[in-house]
Design a protein around this ligand. Structure first.
Ligand code: NAD
Length: 295
């Protein structure tokens, strides 16, 4: 029987509805959650991401704003913008769209954002909190979204073997940290694989929960998956397809059609994890606003 689909669109809609409710409650208390995205340069994909984050904020009743700076912006000038936002009480969440132009240090930018406004969860303080299981921290949106998807899909995680492919700071490593903690939708035995892992399939075939965050189109094939495993596909890859209206289509890191025949549950691409990332960004921003009231 083909795997059950874990519907990221429906789960993200649920998260966003909850965010809208929390926003309405905060507004009654005189606080409108606000997210400001900063974009340096004119990268078309980044521009689309920033516009969709702004729109999603507005749909949830939040203040969504973007600051667009020229590609020639100096590091000093960008840090000054961050300082202004750090000091602005109407801004609860700040994100700087990555990548930034070469003259700017990504790490300096991440470290400059006030940790209580770091809704991307990239500041070393928040990274540390996520690794130590401190629930006060902001978890990066994509792995946090995967965790919510597992919970909403009713996946039992406790004691299960979770294998993650990809060790990036924004997906793989924090995903491992989240699933490793004690607590809800966690308690996994985690294996983190990467480009230097020997015999990748020997690890993935042991996975009760397999999470692919590689950036290689359809790399995970059915023979790499244990029958009955839950498979979450984080990958977003553009592949040429002359028959598609745009000349390309979007696929994940998992070969969906074959893996679907082996897995018990699977998230599709598109319509899976991608939808969760923005929803979790909104959720983190609302929480940042709530925390200002709690002092
Ligand atoms: P990245 O390029 O930073 O990391 C890729 C990881 O894959 C690396 O750690 C590398 O070691 C590993 N890897 C590469 N080749 C491998 C191989 N042959 N075997 C095993 N491991 C291998 O990528 P990232 O930022 O973590 O993103 C991963 C994918 O997820 C991309 O397709 C990206 O577009 C997508 N992504 C999606 C969302 C979302 O919202 N759905 C968010 C972030 C990233």
């Amino acid at each position: 029987m083909p795997a059950e689909i874990i519907d990221g669109i429906a789960i993200a809609a649920k998260v966003r509805a909850r965010v809208a409710e929390d926003t309405a409650a905060l507004k009654k208390r005189g606080v409108t959650p606000g997210l400001t995205a900063v974009l340096v340069g004119e990268d078309p994909a980044s521009s689309v991401y920033v516009a969709s984050k702004e729109r999603a904020c507005k749909e949830a009743g939040m203040n969504g704003r973007s600051i667009r700076l020229p590609a020639s912006t100096t590091e000093e000038a960008l840090l000054a913008v961050i300082d202004t936002l750090n000091n602005d009480p109407t801004v609860h969440g700040i994100l700087v769209q990555m990548p930034v132009p070469k003259q700017i240090s990504e790490q300096k930018v991440i470290r400059r954002i006030a940790q209580q406004k770091d809704v991307d969860g990239f500041h070393p303080f928040n990274v540390g909190k996520v690794f130590t299981g401190d629930v006060d921290g902001f978890a990066p949106c994509t792995p946090a979204g995967v965790q919510v998807m597992l919970a909403e899909a009713g996946v039992e995680t406790s004691g299960k073997d979770a294998v993650i492919i990809g060790r990036s700071n924004i997906v793989g490593k924090p995903m491992a940290a989240l699933l490793l903690q004690s607590g809800k939708t966690a308690n996994c035995t985690v294996t983190l694989c990467h480009s230097k892992t020997r015999d990748l399939a020997s690890h993935t075939r042991r996975a009760d929960i397999l999470i692919a965050a590689i950036g290689k189109p359809e790399m995970v094939t059915a023979d790499m998956v244990k029958p009955g495993a839950v498979v979450i596909d984080v990958g977003i890859n553009r592949v040429e397809d002359p028959s598609a209206p745009k000349g390309y289509r979007i696929v994940g890191d998992v070969h969906f059609e074959s893996v679907r025949e082996v897995a018990s549950k699977i998230s599709p691409v598109p319509g899976g994890v991608g939808r969760m990332t923005i929803a979790m960004l909104l959720a983190n921003t609302v929480r940042a606003a709530q925390l200002t009231l709690e002092g």
